[in-house]
Design a binder for this molecule. Structure first.
Ligand SMILES: Cc1cc2nc3c(=O)[nH]c(=O)nc-3n(C[C@H](O)[C@H](O)[C@H](O)COP(=O)(O)OP(=O)(O)OC[C@H]3O[C@@H](n4cnc5c(N)ncnc54)[C@H](O)[C@@H]3O)c2cc1C
Length: 543
């Protein structure tokens, strides 16, 4: 019987446990460890007086199917509800809320008429965006920040009024740092392929016009986001209900993980110790960095390079009659240049049904993020007051809310900075040197709920494969074949990838002979400096 330990009971850890049940043919003993008293991590729904208020995420994007698939697998299909279709999102600009023109593909217009009619972008800004057709494609390969790309191709106004506030809303990110390659690679690809975003869009529109969909067979427009009638925590509850064979430890913090031969030794906050053949870190990257610090300092160092920022949300409910203007839309975004203290606002009860009783509206305000983290760190009363002041200034809401709830998310949003893809590839190369160690979750290949579910599903698949295949499937190939060597760093030993051998002070001595055997087989080759029995390398890579 193989022991599998999953650290972290957020959606990633839960999805891993669930899919492991589905995929594993061999007998397994799974333990899921969660430091807090509840499962779900950042998914947290509050129910009060008929309101369903999301404290963390409120929905998932439908373009990535993993979340919908999981809901279907859990028998929740009839509970899925879509976001309102055709209701605009607004941007706060010069003292007014302006709808984002219909047909915007993030920062690029795909429909001319609504774009030209929009009062959000000035004529000068529109002209500059139109000139995108004439801007030559970038020569350099590789990642680029959202700000640099948008400014270069579409101009400063498109960045300030559309791209940056959207990204602040989705990633809580600073557009000067957010890398396009690991967030919206299609824009880099469009530029590469067509030389211009607008040219790419025009070509696509022309192709569509040449092959029109026959009237009657046109698919109904589908919602961009979905959630569950009872809130996203309904997904967590359904997952938990299925974990009947797994041991679930709540209020139990993993404090340290070490590797001994082929197994992992897991030390818990209550002083007890577990052993695992396969270990899944479904924890934020900075937590994982702490846990593996003793076992693999280089992996820990690389994980720590993934930055996190803090945000806060405030949910306020009002009697519909108390609002001076009826709400029509899904909410609004606030550009950084507007110098306000909130980044966005969701009109939750307009965006989704089942969020507020009749005659009431539920509104959610976002505070903090990469450019104003300090604002998210205030206490509840200050956050609620700030949200009310901003709603008064922007929407003219003076009324007393019938419900007010604030939630702080300290260092909760991973930042996909420029070069994120390369950083993750390197982390995964290092992690692959620890057979049976799996990294999953929002820090690596997408921060949205569908990405986390996919990551859990993929991890479960990898474990199931390793259990059934006598040869571990994620064991790294020999260095020459697998590791493209990059720039030489002060860690000369990186010449040998990340060989565990070299930072062996933290590795129990029992590991020595096996490591050396593996190393000789695959990595160290004939290097005379790397022989069994010799002490570990220094930081400069010399004995
Ligand atoms: C305010 C906010 C709004 C968001 N909105 C959306 C949205 O609308 N749509 C969307 O798709 N995504 C959204 N996201 C992102 C999404 O919610 C997260 O990326 C996702 O929930 C992360 O899930 P996870 O399981 O990877 O991590 P987490 O939810 O962080 O779970 C990790 C778990 O590990 C536990 N843990 C930590 N340390 C230890 C330890 N030492 N030992 C044991 N357990 C430990 C934690 O307690 C936690 O339960 C939002 C995020 C935030 C913060």
């Amino acid at each position: 019987m193989k022991n599998i330990v999953i650290i972290g009971g957020g959606i990633t850890g839960l999805a891993t446990a669930f899919y492991l049940q589905q995929f594993a043919n061999a007998a397994i003993d799974t333990t899921l460890i969660e430091s807090s008293p509840r499962l779900g991590g950042k998914i947290l729904t509050a129910h009060q007086d008929g309101f369903t208020a999301e404290c963390g995420p409120d929905s998932f994007i439908t373009q990535k199917p993993a979340a919908i698939t999981l809901c279907q697998d859990l028998g929740l299909s009839d509970q899925l509800i879509g976001s309102s279709i055709g209701k605009p999102t607004y941007v706060w600009n010069r003292g007014d809320l302006h709808p984002i023109p219909e047909g915007m593909m993030l920062m690029a217009p795909t429909m001319m008429l609504p774009f030209l009619r929009s009062r959000l972008i000035s004529w000068r800004g529109k002209l500059r965006m139109g000139m995108e057709l004439l801007i030559p494609r970038r020569e350099e390969e590789g990642d680029e920040s959202l700000a640099s790309f948008t400014r270069r191709r579409l101009g400063a106004e498109a960045l300030e009024k559309i791209a940056a506030p959207l990204m602040a809303g989705i990633f809580a990110a600073d557009p000067e740092k957010l890398g396009l390659q690991s967030t919206f690679p299609m824009f880099l690809e469009m530029e590469k392929q067509h030389g211009s975003l607008l040219r790419g869009i025009l070509k696509r529109n022309r192709a569509k016009a040449r092959n029109p969909v026959p009237a009657g067979s046109k698919p109904k427009p589908s919602p961009m986001f979905m959630t569950l009638k009872g809130g996203l925590e309904q997904l967590v509850e359904a997952l938990v209900a299925r974990l009947t064979r797994e041991k679930v430890l709540l209020n139990t913090e993993v404090v340290c993980v070490n590797r001994v031969l082929d197994r992992y030794q897991i030390d818990l906050s209550d002083g007890s110790r577990l052993w695992a053949d396969e270990i899944v870190f479904a924890t934020p990257a900075d937590v994982t960095a702490n846990l593996v610090r003793g076992m693999d300092p280089v992996l820990s160092f690389k994980l720590r390079a993934i930055r996190y920022v803090s945000t806060a949300t405030v949910s306020l409910a009002f009697k519909r009659g108390d609002l001076k203007t009826p709400l029509h839309g899904s909410g609004f975004l606030v550009p950084h240049s507007a110098h306000r203290r909130i980044t966005a606002c969701s009109w939750s009860s307009q965006k989704f049904s089942h969020r507020a009783p009749e005659e009431f509206e539920l509104i959610r305000v976002f505070i903090g993020g990469a450019r104003a983290e300090f604002l998210a760190e205030q206490d509840d009363a200050a956050l609620i007051q700030l949200a009310r002041e901003e709603l008064r200034a922007i929407m003219g809401i003076d009324a007393e809310p019938v419900l007010a709830k604030a939630y702080r998310w300290s260092k909760a949003n991973p930042q996909y900075d420029v070069g994120h893809g390369e950083r993750i590839a390197e982390i995964e190369r290092i992690a692959a040197w620890h057979p049976g160690l799996h990294l999953a979750g929002a820090a690596y290949h997408g921060a949205g709920i569908p990405d986390c579910i996919s990551s859990g599903m993929k991890t479960a698949g990898n474990i199931a494969n390793r259990l059934t295949n006598p040869e571990p499937v994620d064991e790294p190939a020999p260095l020459a074949a697998s590791v493209p060597l990059k720039e030489k760093t002060s860690y000369d030993f990186r010449r040998y990838s990340n060989a565990r051998y070299h930072y062996s002070p933290a590795v129990p001595s029992a590991l020595g002979p096996r490591l050396l055997k593996e190393s000789h087989a695959g990595v160290l080759g004939d290097d005379p400096g790397l022989r069994p029995g010799l002490p570990p390398l220094s930081r400069r890579g010399r004995f």
